[in-house]
Design a protein. Structure first.
Length: 668
C-alpha cells in the first residue's frame, strides 16, 4: 500500500507540474508536415510516430525488413537499441529478447494487437515468427499512447508489436500471389507461399505458409585452455511448419474487423552447452501452437468508439531427454496450455484534443502436464485500465491507471494467494519551440510481472509464496529531425533509470534437480540509447539510408548483503550498437549491417572466469529485380558474419561462423 501511494503521488505531482504546459497548445498548430520525396516517403509514417511518441519507439516496416539479412523477428530486433538478444545457436536455436536489462518476462509481445502468452515460463520464442508475412515490427519502451489499446497493453514494462500484412490490390485486380524460396548454409530449405484474394470491395482474405528445414550443423573453434580444436555443432536441426489465414473486413469507414488463424509446429534438436569436451547432446523438443483471434472496431459518430478483441489458443510442448531415466522410462515431459481472452475498449472524445479510454480484459490460463505431483493450475486475470489522452500538435500527454486482479486455483496442493495491484503511468511529448524539428519526451511507469506457472508450481522447484517482481521506470529524451533538400536526418536519444525489486531467482538445493525459487534480488539500471538515421537521394534513381544505434547500460545488482553487490548482472554489455547502410539504384539493392556487443559476464560474480569477450558481425546482402513473364522476379544473395567471427551470445553455445543464403521471390 505504501508503494502504491508513493507511485500515485508521483503521478499526480507530475501531472500538476506539467499542466501549465497545456497553455502552449491551446490552439491547433498550423505547421504543415515535412514533405519527403521518393525513398523518404517510405519512412515518413515511422518517423512521424517516432518523433511524436511520448515513449521511445523504434520501428522497421515494409521492404526494410527484407534487407536486414533476417529470417525471423528475433533477428530483426537485434538492430534496435536497448535490446539484448539471447540466441542459443543456429537456425533452430530458441531466441528471446531482454529489453533494458529487465528480463524477457517483462516484455509483452503483441501479434496484431493481441498479446502472445506463455503462462508456463513467461517467455516468447521470437524465432517462431517469420518475416515473410510481417508488415511492421515495433518496440516501445514503456507503452504505446494509442487510445484504442487493450488493458493488456498497459500491463508490461516494454512492448513489442508485430503487425502482419493486410491484402492490398491494384485497381482492377482481385488477387496477389507471391512464392519464394531460401536456401544456403546449414542445409537450409525455406519455401514460402502467400496468397491474397478479394472476395468483395469490403472483404479480403490472406493465406501465408512457410516451411523451414535445416540440419543445423556448422563448424566452430573450441578451446579448453589446453588445446584448440575445430568441432561441429550437432543436434541443431529443425523442421517447422507455419500457416496463417486471415479474413479482413472494412464495410464502412466506421466499421472494421479481422479474424486470424495461426498454426506453428516444429521438431528440433537441442544441442546443449559445450562443456567438458562434450559436443553431442541427444535432447529433442517438439512445439505446437494454435490460436484463433479476432478484433472488431465500430465508431458511433465522431465521439464514441468501441473495440472488441478475443482469442482462443493452445500451446503444446514435449521435451525428451534420453540421458535421464525415470521410474517410467526415459524423461519425456509433455506440457499443454490453454488460453481464453476477451477485451473491450471504450473510447470517448470529450474535445477534439481530449480523449478518455476505459479498457477491460479477462484472461484465463490453464496448464496440464504428465509430471509427477503436478498442480494443474488455473489462473484468471482481470485487468481494467483507465486512461486519458491530451493530444495537440505541440503537446501530448497520457495518464493511465491499471488495475490487475489475479485469482488462481490448483487441482492438488495449495494455490498462490489471490492478488490485486494498481499500476500508474504518465507519458508526455512536448514541442518547446515554434519549429517542429525538436520534441522532448518522457515517461514514468510502475509495473510488475507475476511469477510464472514454473516459478510457482514446477515439481521440486515451485514456491507458491513468491511475490511479483516490481519495476519503476523513469525516462527522459528528445527527438530531432531536419530536412536539407533531398537529405533527411533524424536523431533520438533517451536516458533512463530502472529499479527492479523482489527479483525472482532460482537457488540450488541439495542437488541439481531440487532448486528453490526465492524473491531475493534488487537491480538498478542506468542507461542511454541513441539512434541516428540519415536517408536521402543522391540522384533520381540512387537513394540510401544509414541507421546507427548505440546503447550504454549499467545494470547493477544492489541486493543488500549480496555477494555480487555493485556488479554488472549477467549477459548485459555496458556498450553495444549497430550500423546498417542500405543503397538502392533502380532495381538493385545493396545492404551492409554491423552489430557490436561489448564485454559481459556470464554469472553474477564479475570475475575473470566469467568474463565474455566482445563480439561483432558484418553482414552484406544484395538483391536485383527484373521482369519475368511481365511480373517481378527478385533474386537475392546474403553473406552473414563475413569475417567468420567466432562468438557466443550465451556462454558455451557457439554461434555459426561465415554463412551464405540465396533467395528467390516471384509475384503476380
Amino acid at each position: 500500500m505504501r508503494k502504491n501511494s508513493i507511485c500515485i503521488g508521483i503521478l499526480l505531482f507530475t501531472g500538476l507540474f506539467l499542466s501549465p504546459l497545456l497553455l502552449l497548445a491551446q490552439e491547433r498548430d498550423s505547421i504543415s508536415p515535412i514533405v519527403l520525396e521518393e525513398v523518404l516517403l517510405n519512412h515518413r509514417k515511422n518517423l512521424k510516430e517516432t518523433h511524436n511518441s511520448p515513449a521511445p519507439v523504434q520501428a522497421i516496416s515494409g521492404e526494410k525488413l527484407q534487407k536486414l539479412n533476417s529470417i525471423n523477428v528475433a533477428d530483426a530486433l537485434s538492430y534496435f537499441s536497448g535490446i539484448q538478444l539471447k540466441d542459443y545457436g543456429g537456425i533452430g536455436g530458441i531466441k528471446t529478447v531482454n529489453v533494458r536489462s529487465m528480463g524477457s518476462q517483462h516484455t509483452g509481445v503483441f501479434y496484431d494487437g493481441i498479446q502472445l502468452g506463455n503462462a508456463q515460463n513467461g517467455q516468447v520464442d521470437l524465432g517462431k515468427f517469420s518475416l515473410e508475412n510481417m508488415e511492421k515490427v515495433s518496440l516501445y519502451q514503456g507503452q504505446r499512447s494509442e487510445i484504442h489499446q487493450s488493458a493488456k497493453s498497459y500491463a508490461s514494462a516494454n512492448t513489442i508489436y508485430l503487425k502482419t500484412k493486410t491484402p492490398k490490390f491494384n485497381e482492377g485486380k482481385a488477387y496477389n500471389f507471391k512464392a519464394g524460396v531460401k536456401s544456403g548454409s546449414f542445409g537450409l530449405f525455406n519455401p514460402s507461399l502467400n496468397v491474397d484474394y478479394k472476395i468483395s470491395d469490403a472483404i479480403a482474405v490472406r493465406l501465408s505458409s512457410e516451411m523451414v528445414k535445416a540440419h543445423g550443423r556448422y563448424k566452430f573453434l573450441y578451446s579448453n585452455g589446453v588445446y584448440d580444436t575445430t568441432a561441429v555443432r550437432n543436434n541443431a536441426d529443425i523442421t517447422s511448419y507455419l500457416l496463417e489465414a486471415s479474413v479482413h473486413g472494412n464495410h464502412t469507414k466506421n466499421n472494421s474487423w479481422q479474424v486470424k488463424y495461426y498454426h506453428y509446429s516444429s521438431e528440433r534438436g537441442l544441442p546443449g552447452a559445450i562443456v567438458a569436451n562434450r559436443f553431442r547432446r541427444p535432447q529433442r523438443l517438439w512445439d505446437r501452437s494454435n490460436f484463433l483471434q479476432a478484433d472488431y472496431k465500430h465508431e458511433f459518430g465522431e465521439k464514441y468508439a468501441i473495440k472488441v478483441r478475443g482469442k482462443i489458443g493452445e500451446n503444446f510442448s514435449r521435451y525428451l531427454d534420453p540421458e535421464i531415466t525415470t521410474t517410467t522410462g526415459l524423461l519425456d515431459n509433455k506440457y499443454d496450455q490453454q488460453e481464453y481472452y476477451l477485451s473491450l475498449v471504450n473510447t470517448y472524445k470529450i474535445k477534439p484534443f481530449w480523449s478518455l479510454s476505459l479498457a477491460t480484459d479477462f484472461q484465463q490460463n490453464t496448464m496440464q502436464a504428465n509430471l509427477y505431483r503436478f498442480a494443474y493450475p488455473k489462473r484468471n486475470t482481470l485487468l481494467n485500465a483507465l486512461a486519458t489522452n491530451l493530444n495537440f500538435n505541440r503537446f501530448t500527454m497520457q495518464a493511465s491507471l491499471l488495475s490487475t486482479g489475479i485469482y488462481e486455483s490448483v487441482r492438488y496442493y495449495e494455490a498462490a494467494e489471490d492478488f490485486q495491484e494498481y499500476s500508474p503511468s504518465l507519458l508526455f511529448n512536448l514541442q518547446p519551440f515554434a519549429s517542429p524539428e525538436l520534441r522532448i519526451r518522457g515517461f514514468y511507469k510502475n509495473i510488475f510481472r507475476m511469477p510464472t506457472f514454473n516459478d510457482l508450481y514446477y515439481t521440486f522447484v515451485g514456491n507458491t509464496f513468491l511475490s511479483p517482481e516490481y519495476s519503476d521506470q523513469v525516462n527522459l529524451g528528445f527527438s530531432w529531425q531536419k530536412k536539407w533538400g533531398n537529405t533527411f536526418l533524424h536523431v533520438t536519444s533517451d536516458i533512463y533509470k530502472i529499479w527492479v525489486t523482489d527479483m525472482i531467482v532460482a537457488v540450488p538445493g541439495t542437488n541439481l534437480f531440487r532448486w528453490t525459487m526465492l524473491n531475493l534480488g534488487e537491480v538498478e539500471t542506468i542507461g542511454l540509447e541513441t539512434t541516428v538515421k540519415n536517408s536521402g537521394n543522391l540522384s533520381k534513381e540512387l537513394n540510401y539510408t544509414v541507421l546507427l544505434t548505440y546503447t550504454f547500460q549499467e545494470s547493477l545488482d544492489v541486493t543488500p548483503g549480496g555477494n555480487s553487490f555493485g556488479q554488472q548482472i549477467p549477459y548485459i554489455p555496458t556498450h553495444s550498437g549497430s550500423l546498417s547502410v542500405m543503397a538502392s539504384y533502380k532495381t538493385l539493392d545493396v545492404n551492409y549491417s554491423f552489430i557490436y556487443t561489448g564485454e559481459r559476464y556470464s554469472q553474477k560474480a564479475n570475475i575473470p572466469s566469467n568474463y565474455l569477450k566482445p563480439w561483432y558481425t558484418h553482414d552484406i546482402s544484395s538483391s536485383y529485380i527484373f521482369n519475368f513473364l511481365d511480373n517481378p522476379l527478385k533474386l537475392g544473395l546474403e553473406i552473414n558474419n563475413v569475417l567468420d567471427q567466432q562468438y557466443a551470445v550465451v556462454r558455451n553455445f557457439p554461434m555459426p561462423g561465415r554463412s551464405f543464403r540465396a533467395n528467390l521471390n516471384y509475384e503476380f
